[in-house]
Design a protein around this ligand. Structure first.
Ligand code: TK8
Length: 339
C-alpha cells in the first residue's frame, strides 16, 4: 500500500513536471483570432494596455492566438460592445463599470461618489473578494469578467467656469455615464446631467451640445478634451474601474489551456496598465497645464459640502443596490484604511 502511494506520488510529480515544460504546441491551443475593442484612442492608457495584452496573448500561446485590437470605439461604444460579447459576435473588450450596471446592477456601486480615498484602496477592494464577487455575477449574463484595469479618479471639465464650490455645478449641462446612479448623483449636485456614450462625447463638447464632462486626467489629455474645454476642476469625486471582459459564448469554446493563456495575459496586463496609468496621470497634468487649461483644486470643505449634497441620493441608491452590498464594500475599504 505504502509503495503504491509512493509510486503514485512519483508518477504525479512526473506528470506535473511534464506539464510545466511542455511547449505551447503540445498544449491544446488552436489558431484563433480574438477581436478586442476599447473606447479610447490608440495613444491612451487603454491603447497601450490593449497592445500589451495582445503581445502577452501571442507570447503565451506560442503565436497561435492572435489578438487584434480596435480602439476609438471602432467596434462600438461600451454599451454596444457589451451586447456584442453577450451575443458572441465579438470576443473581448475593456470598458467602464458604469454601463455594466445596466446588466448587473451591483456594478453601479462604483458610481457612488467619494468612496475611495486613493488608488491603494481601490486596488485592494477590486482585487479582493468584493471585486471577485462582482465579476462572478457577470457570468449568468453572458460575460466573463477577467480583471480590473484603472480608469481612475474623475474630475470635471467644462466650458463655463471653474467648479470650486458646491453651487458651481448648478445649471451646467454635464455629460454623465449611462446609468441611473451617475445620472441621479449629478442631478443632486445641481448639474443638468445628460447621459451619453463616451464615443459621442468629443463632438458634443465641441458643438456645445453639453457644457462639460467628467473623466480622469489621463483621458482628458488623450481624448484632447483640452481643445474644447477651458476649465478643469480637480474634484476626484468618484473612482471608475475598467473591466476586461470576454464573451461567455466564446469563452466556453476555449480549451482549459487557452483560457489559461487569456487569464494569465489579463493578469499581467492589469499590473502593466495600473502602473502606466499612474505615471501617465502626472504627465497628463503637465500637458493640460501647457495646453492652457485653467486648473483648480477644490478645498476639503467644499468637497465635504458636495458630499453632503449627494448624500440623500447616495442613501436612496444604497437601498436600490442593497445595503448589505454597500456595507461589505465599506468594510473592505476600512480594512485597507486600518492597514
Ligand atoms: C471609454 C469609456 C470611458 C469612461 C466614460 O469607452 O464613458 O466616460 O470613463 O473611459 O469607458
Amino acid at each position: 500500500m505504502l509503495i503504491t502511494l509512493k509510486k503514485l506520488a512519483v508518477a504525479l510529480a512526473a506528470v506535473s513536471a511534464c506539464a510545466a515544460v511542455a511547449p505551447a504546441h503540445a498544449q491544446e491551443i488552436k489558431s484563433r483570432i480574438i477581436r478586442f475593442g476599447y473606447g479610447l484612442n490608440e495613444e491612451s492608457v487603454q491603447g497601450r494596455a490593449a497592445r500589451y495584452l495582445a503581445e502577452q496573448v501571442g507570447k503565451l500561446s506560442g503565436g497561435k492566438m492572435k489578438m487584434r485590437t480596435f480602439g476609438s470605439a471602432n467596434l462600438g461604444s461600451d454599451e454596444q460592445m457589451q451586447s456584442a460579447l453577450v451575443g458572441g459576435s465579438q470576443e473581448m473588450m475593456v470598458g467602464s463599470t458604469a454601463p455594466l450596471a445596466t446588466m448587473v446592477k451591483e456594478f453601479g456601486v462604483f458610481d457612488l461618489p467619494f468612496l475611495f480615498n486613493d488608488e491603494k484602496e481601490a486596488d485592494a477592494v477590486l482585487d479582493g473578494p468584493f471585486g471577485e464577487k462582482l465579476l462572478k455575477m457577470l457570468e449568468s449574463k453572458g460575460l466573463v469578467g477577467l480583471v480590473y484595469w484603472e480608469n481612475g479618479f474623475r474630475n470635471v471639465t467644462n466650458s463655463k467656469h471653474p467648479i470650486a464650490k458646491a453651487e458651481d455645478l448648478q445649471g451646467v449641462k454635464l455629460r454623465v455615464m449611462q446609468n441611473q446612479i451617475a445620472l441621479g448623483v449629478f442631478g443632486a449636485l445641481g448639474a443638468n446631467a445628460v447621459p451619453m456614450p463616451f464615443s459621442e462625447l468629443f463632438t458634443a463638447l465641441e458643438t456645445r451640445t453639453v457644457d462639460g464632462q467628467e473623466n480622469p486626467v489621463t483621458t482628458i489629455q488623450s481624448s484632447k478634451f483640452y481643445e474644447v474645454q477651458p476649465y478643469l476642476s480637480l474634484t476626484r469625486h468618484v473612482y471608475t474601474p475598467w473591466v476586461v471582459l470576454a464573451s461567455k459564448k466564446w469563452w466556453d469554446t476555449l480549451s482549459p489551456d487557452e483560457q489559461k493563456v487569456i487569464r494569465e495575459a489579463a493578469a499581467s496586463s492589469r499590473d502593466f496598465e495600473r502602473k502606466d496609468s499612474r505615471a501617465d496621470s502626472t504627465k497628463a497634468m503637465e500637458t493640460l497645464k501647457e495646453a492652457g487649461m485653467k486648473i483648480n483644486t477644490v478645498s476639503p470643505e467644499e468637497l465635504q459640502r458636495l458630499r453632503a449634497k449627494a448624500q440623500p441620493v447616495v442613501d436612496k441608491y444604497t437601498q436600490d443596490l442593497g445595503p448589505e452590498l454597500v456595507k461589505q464594500l465599506q468594510e473592505e475599504i476600512n480594512k485597507v484604511r486600518k492597514g
